[in-house]
Design a protein around this ligand. Structure first.
Ligand code: SF4
Length: 441
């Protein structure tokens, strides 16, 4: 049972959603950075998708060179501040830190990264130099991690870049789709404003690109187009009753919560269906919003869940109850959902089977579906010669991120099917370098 009360003010919201990786003060950062062994062939660098020189930026913090440290971070990752907070560091750099071999806590790389980059952002330190304009223009569709990284990299190379965004604010999932206890809206906006001021990013918000005429216009006006369109809304799963009132997709729920904070009301009893990281975020946040009972229902066993162990623990520690081997059969109720009917499952010879006669209903006032997102298939099929794989992901060249229609490049979730923001940041940067090589052939 959740111990959180429904927040009624921004202060109460911030208390319920206390940051998991709070900003270090200078003493903490100095102490933590002094512990790094500056390993030769550092495994933490290899575990970072953007390959940040981690021992170098830690050494720079320790020698009071915070500007140099922030520069080292941003040279590899254009979203260095956000990633310090939202990356699953225990699965990446911190998970690879040699301290783990001695059963010691790893260096807190993520928090050190946020410390150095926050100093640069708060003090508006000039970190980047731009090449003179090369007369070429690139359109970016989507302002998530991939789009922003691609835009920043291109700007430093002298390109004019316009970023088309369907929503009213840039940043994609970092602002709209990450649990509020991982990063605040203000922190996301501060990093974007910092980049925008120094790099000159031109965001064209509230401007969805969604039809063939718009695409043809972009093709005529720009030298190349980058697709950072991510994946779409929560997919229909064919569950009877899933269109009832009080049934919502997890992505939509998380976005609403990020935008409304304490002004969103979460009812008493919540069921979250799914076993991935998005399900954990939705469940954990429902509990922090004061829901009395939050049930996380997954059709397979705990071991089969796709979510990281630490995400599951976060949800359980927030008061979420888990219900494994429970296959949803129907969302019950008249117009409004009043619960979910499940049937027990078991694995027989590697196959999941329903156990006859084991149906049961769990009551709920809100059902959140965290069962995957639809791909942007309809939109992507408007682009001539753009190949998609059998999972509707955009096919790209592995090093240049160029699509099968050579004018297009792509990165992020639309290519990798849904990974971390840090993966998107890497792919966007690589695509910018791919564009540069292709246009200079
Ligand atoms: Fe420092 Fe750990 Fe990386 Fe070694 S592995 S360089 S100790 S952060």
């Amino acid at each position: 049972m959740s111990e959180y009360k429904q927040p009624t003010s921004e202060i109460e919201f911030e208390q319920n959603f206390a940051q998991k990786k709070p900003l270090m003060n200078a003493t903490e950062a100095y102490f933590e950075s002094s512990k790094c062994l500056f390993c030769y062939d550092a495994p933490c660098i290899k575990a970072c998708p953007t390959g940040i020189d981690i021992p170098l930026f830690i050494k720079q913090i320790n020698s009071d060179n915070l500007t140099g440290s922030a520069k080292t971070i941003y040279e590899s990752n254009w979203l260095g501040n956000s990633c310090g907070k939202i990356c699953p560091t225990g699965e990446l750099c911190e998970g690879a830190c040699v301290f783990n071999h001695q059963d010691l806590p790893p260096i807190q790389i993520g928090r050190l990264q946020s410390f150095a980059s926050t100093d640069a952002i708060k003090n508006e330190k000039k970190l980047f130099t731009l090449n003179s304009q090369n007369g070429r223009k690139v359109a970016i569709i989507g302002s998530g991690g991939a789009g922003i990284a691609c835009a920043c990299e291109l700007r430093t190379m002298g390109y004019e870049v316009d970023i088309y965004e369907a929503k009213s604010k840039p940043s994609g999932l970092t602002l709209h789709g990450i649990a509020a206890y991982k990063i605040t809206n203000q922190e996301v906006e501060d990093e974007i404003n910092f980049l925008e001021k120094q790099i000159g990013l031109n965001f064209i918000c509230d401007h969805p690109i969604e039809n063939k005429t718009q695409l043809e216009k972009l093709e005529a006006e720009y030298d190349a187009i980058f697709l950072g369109v991510g994946i779409g809304a929560t997919a229909q799963i064919g569950l009877p009753g899933e269109n009832k009132i009080n049934v919502i997709g997890a992505v939509e729920f998380i976005e609403e919560l990020r935008m409304k904070h304490h002004q969103l009301t979460v009812p008493k009893r919540v069921i979250v269906i799914g076993g991935g990281n998005t399900a954990m975020d939705a469940a954990s946040q429902s509990a922090r919003m004061g829901a009395e009972s939050v049930v996380l229902a997954y059709r397979r066993s705990k071991e089969d869940m796709g979510a990281y162990g630490f995400e599951y623990k976060l949800a359980i520690n927030a008061g979420v109850e888990s219900l494994f081997n429970a296959q949803p059969l129907e969302i019950v109720g008249n117009d409004k959902a009043t619960g979910v009917q499940f049937i027990r499952t078991q694995e027989v010879n590697g196959r999941l089977e329903n156990i006859q006669g084991s149906k049961f209903i769990v009551d709920a006032d809100l059902v959140i579906k965290a069962t995957g997102q639809a791909k942007q298939k309809h939109f992507l099929e408007l682009i001539d010669g753009l190949e998609l794989d059998n999972r509707k992901r955009i096919v790209v060249d592995a090093s240049s991120f160029q699509c099968t229609n050579p004018k297009y490049f792509a990165g992020g979730d639309a290519v990798n099917g849904g990974a971390e923001v840090v993966n998107a940041a890497f792919e966007g940067k690589m695509a910018a370098q791919g564009i540069e090589k292709w246009l200079n052939k």
